[in-house]
Ligand binder design. Structure first.
Ligand code: HEM
Length: 194
């Protein structure tokens, strides 16, 4: 319910229920809010494992898929708002934007990487893919990095907000790197002399 609240609020504003509206540039406002919540939920998904391990609360892992699918939902709506409301299905202009505007290229690549992750998020796909599932789902790191780059490249002057997202993401990926190194050190057989 919490993850759905921003979407409900955006729908209220979209249909101007009460005195709330989306302002002078409704499409930009919709794009920005959907993109922002999509990125926040994607980073929240990556924060689950460090939190569950550090706080010793393994049950937290059960919300990871929910957060991931919500992140994908917001970003799919972000993409559709651009594709339908901003570009009016104009494929020539869409391809030109994706090819020529680096921040759109980064956003598009990030979204394209998230599609197979959303499709394979079911228990059935996890069983079917086995170890390959975990390897495939590491793409979420690349998608999150590209999402931050996409945000950073489009801000005109004030880079503070994308910098906050990038810093939090760097900390979460740094924690994983450190953990992977500690694990590989543990896995190494002790030298004969020892
Ligand atoms: C096909 C994919 C995508 C397209 C075409 C796209 C396009 C855009 C556009 C045009 C804007 C600027 C709207 C404006 O003029 O203000 C924007 C903003 C944004 N997008 Fe994307 N985007 C895509 C994917 C993504 C993905 C995958 C993420 C996150 C992982 C993301 C996160 C954001 C954020 C955070 C903003 C800025 C919000 C703000 O300024 O407050 N986008 N996107």
């Amino acid at each position: 319910m919490l993850c759905g609240l921003p979407l409900a609020w955006l729908l209220l504003r979209l249909f101007e229920i009460g005195d709330f509206g989306l302002g002078a540039n409704p499409i930009d406002e919709l794009m920005d809010r959907l993109g922002e919540w999509g990125l926040r939920l994607l980073i929240a998904t990556l924060a689950v494992t460090p939190l569950a391990v550090t706080l010793r609360k393994p049950w937290l892992m059960s919300v990871r898929r929910l957060l991931g699918l919500y992140a994908f939902t917001y970003l799919a709506l972000h993409f559709l708002t651009w594709f339908v409301l901003d570009q009016w299905f104009d494929l020539r202009s869409i391809v030109a934007d994706v090819v020529k505007r680096p921040y759109i290229t980064a956003g598009f690549t990030a979204f394209a990487l998230l599609v197979p992750l959303a499709v394979t998020s079911t228990d059935r796909w996890m069983r079917r893919l086995g170890r390959r599932w975990h390897r495939l789902h590491r793409l979420v790191y690349v998608a999150a990095i590209l999402g931050c780059v996409h945000f950073w490249w489009q801000v005109k002057a004030d880079w503070r907000e994308p910098a906050i997202y990038a810093t939090v993401l760097a900390l979460l990926l740094g924690w994983r790197l450190r953990r992977a190194r500690a694990r590989s050190r543990l896995a190494k057989p002790a030298p004969a002399s020892a």
